[in-house]
Design a protein around this ligand. Structure first.
Ligand code: G1P
Length: 297
């Protein structure tokens, strides 16, 4: 199946406990890198890849996310009166057309596979994307767009992939590579969060997927996997067993793990440095910090 990918699922039901107390009252996807919420980066990447329908799998306490994508008439008219055009444009970028966005509740935290399965009725019989907003990827050509282009050639299922240090394997889905073709690998197995000694490679799945609807069918009968959760990795692995193509795509870009504090801080610095209006001041500060640190050693 090689039809166009126009729908994306954003699993955003997680509690974000690693960022407590902030996430006590704000969804972690609303946390900002410079001035844009994590979710905005994910949406922009999806739009660039040609996605037209955005499906959010949410949970209790995520109301702020729904509000974020709504129009803000008062704010807009006040900016219009003050002739703040640039800010108005920034705001417009956050508006979604009516009907382009859907929210589905995952009532119990049963795992990523279960979250994706919750959106099954909105997908129907076509390939779809999954974007994990915690994985922020800075790239000249947005990661999902790279994948959509590669997928047009391969069909089947495709996951973003990246080499990780072997000691980190238990934080990722890990690919067992059949054939390495450079930017693309064909996959003969996938294991969710293996211990370092048991990982079939050091090629990890990063949170961008293009999947066939068959994966949703697989999820219907899949058993609990790693961590007692319904794992998306296991449902994709079933496609390999059924002899249908699964590919890993080594994207060009830098990935930040914004699900961890260290990764989030690194992303903040990196995205700050990428802004013309902030670069100078931020760089001066970092230089000063490095000099002070060296002097203290
Ligand atoms: C999820 C997936 C895992 C993947 C990772 C990428 O894990 O289950 O296969 O490698 O995202 O970030 P999580 O980080 O949600 O535990």
């Amino acid at each position: 199946m090689k039809n166009k990918v126009t729908k994306a699922i954003f699993p955003v039901a997680g509690l974000g406990t690693r960022f407590l107390p902030a996430t006590k009252s704000i969804p972690k996807e609303i946390m900002t890198l410079v001035d844009r919420p994590l979710i905005q980066y994910a949406i922009d990447e999806a739009r660039a890849a040609g996605i037209k329908e955005f499906i959010f799998v949410t949970s209790r306490g995520k109301g702020a996310l729904e509000d974020y994508f709504d129009h803000a008439p008062e704010l807009e008219s006040s900016l219009r009166k003050k002739k703040k055009k640039a800010l108005l444009n920034v705001l417009k970028n956050t508006n979604m057309d009516s009907g382009a966005i859907a929210y589905i509740r995952q009532h119990k935290p049963l795992g990523l596979g279960h979250a994706v399965w919750c959106a099954r009725r909105l997908i129907a019989n076509e390939p779809f994307a999954v974007i994990l907003p915690d994985d922020v990827i800075a790239a000249e050509k947005p990661c999902l767009q790279q994948m959509v282009e590669a997928h047009a050639e391969t069909g089947g299922c495709m996951v973003a992939a990246m080499e990780v240090p072997p000691v980190k394997s238990s934080a990722y889905g890990i690919l067992d590579v059949r054939e390495d073709m450079g930017s693309m690998v064909s996959v003969k197995g996938m294991v969710e969060k293996p211990e370092p000694g048991e990982a079939p490679s050091n090629l990890a799945v990063i949170g961008r997927y293009i999947l066939t609807p068959q994966v949703l069918t697989n999820l219907t009968q899949i058993k609990q996997g790693a961590g007692g959760e319904i794992q998306l990795t296991d449902a994709i692995a079933q496609e390999i067993e059924a002899d249908r193509g699964v590919y890993g795509y080594r994207f060009r870009g830098q990935r930040f793990d914004c699900g961890s504090k260290a990764g989030y801080l690194q992303a903040t610095v990196s995205f700050g440095l990428a802004r013309d209006e902030l670069k100078g001041e931020l760089m001066d500060y970092l230089d000063e910090l490095a000099t002070t640190r060296r002097a203290a050693q």
